[in-house]
Design a protein. Structure first.
Length: 268
C-alpha cells in the first residue's frame, strides 16, 4: 500500500480524533447549571490541561518542526511565536473588556441582575474554542501526515489526540453551558472546536511533501501555546476562583495536569 492509498484511512482517523471534543462537551451536561463548585473545579481542570498541553506538548512539537530547517534559531522562532500568541490574546482582551457578577449567575432570573457574568462565561468558552480550533488545525495535519507514512503510528497519534480533545471539549462547553443553560450551544461549540482537525488533514493532503508547512505549522503551534497559556491564567483561573474557592480551583488544576500527564505516559 503506497502513501496515496493511505489518504482515506488518514483522513478518517483525523476526523474521529477531532470529533472527540464533542465527547468532552457531553461531560458538561452531567452537572446542574447552578452547581458553582463543579463549575469552579471544571474550569480549574480545563486550565490545568491547557497549560500542560501548551508547555509540555505543543512547545516541544513546535521546536521539533522548526529545528530541522533552522537548527540555530528555532528556539527564538518558537519564543517569538509564543509571545505573538500572548499579544493576540492581549489585543482580544483590550477589544472585548469583561466584568463578572457571581450573584447574577446564582440568580439568573433576577431582573435586577446584570448579564455580565453570563457574558464573561460565554466569552471564556468562545476564546477557548478559538484557541483550540487553531491548535487542532496543525494537530490534524500532523495526524494525517503521520498516518500516510505509517498507519500503526498514525493510529497511536490519533488516539493520543482524541484523549487530549476530551478535556479540551470540556474547556469549551463547560462555561458556555453554565452561562446559557443550553446543551445544544455547548455541544455545538465543542464539536466545532474539533472540526479544524479534518480541515488540517485536507490542507495536509494538498501540501504533502512541501517544505513550507513545517515552518508555518511550527510557528503557529508556538503562537497557539501562547494563546492557550494566556487564556488559562487570565480567564479560566480567575473564573475558577470566582465561582468557588481557591483551594477547589487548585484541585481542578492539579487534576487536569495529572490527567493529561498520565494520558501521555500511557500512550507513550
Amino acid at each position: 500500500m503506497n502513501i496515496q492509498d493511505n489518504f482515506a484511512i488518514a483522513f478518517s482517523l483525523t476526523m474521529l480524533a477531532g470529533l472527540t471534543t464533542a465527547v468532552g462537551g457531553a461531560v458538561a451536561f452531567m452537572t446542574k447549571k447552578d452547581n458553582l463548585k463543579t463549575l469552579s473545579l471544571g474550569l480549574g481542570f480545563s486550565a490545568g490541561v491547557m497549560i500542560f498541553i501548551s508547555l509540555v506538548d505543543i512547545i516541544p512539537n513546535s521546536q521539533g518542526l522548526l529545528k530541522v530547517n533552522f537548527p540555530y534559531m528555532y528556539q527564538w522562532m518558537v519564543f517569538g511565536g509564543f509571545v505573538a500568541g500572548i499579544l493576540v490574546s492581549v489585543a482580544i482582551d483590550y477589544f472585548l473588556p469583561d466584568h463578572v457578577d457571581t450573584e447574577e449567575l446564582l440568580n439568573p432570573d433576577d431582573p435586577n441582575a446584570s448579564s455580565h457574568s453570563h457574558y464573561k462565561l460565554q466569552r471564556a468558552g468562545f476564546l477557548t474554542a478559538i484557541a483550540i480550533c487553531i491548535h487542532n488545525f496543525p494537530e490534524g495535519m500532523a495526524t494525517f501526515l503521520t498516518t500516510t507514512q505509517n498507519i500503526t503510528l498514525g493510529v497511536s497519534v490519533a488516539f493520543a489526540i482524541a484523549i487530549h480533545n476530551i478535556p479540551e471539549g470540556i474547556a469549551v462547553a463547560l462555561p458556555i453551558y453554565h452561562a446559557t443553560g443550553k446543551k445544544r450551544y455547548a455541544m455545538l461549540y465543542a464539536a466545532i472546536s474539533g472540526i479544524t482537525e479534518p480541515i488540517g488533514a485536507l490542507v495536509g493532503m494538498f501540501l504533502f511533501g512541501l517544505f513550507v508547512p513545517n515552518i508555518l505549522v511550527g510557528v503557529l503551534m508556538a503562537a497557539v501555546a501562547g494563546i492557550m497559556t494566556y487564556i488559562s491564567f487570565d480567564t479560566l483561573l480567575p473564573l475558577a476562583k470566582e465561582y468557588g474557592n481557591w483551594h477547589l480551583s487548585i484541585v481542578g488544576i492539579i487534576s487536569g495536569l495529572l490527567f493529561i500527564w498520565m494520558s501521555l505516559i500511557l500512550l507513550g
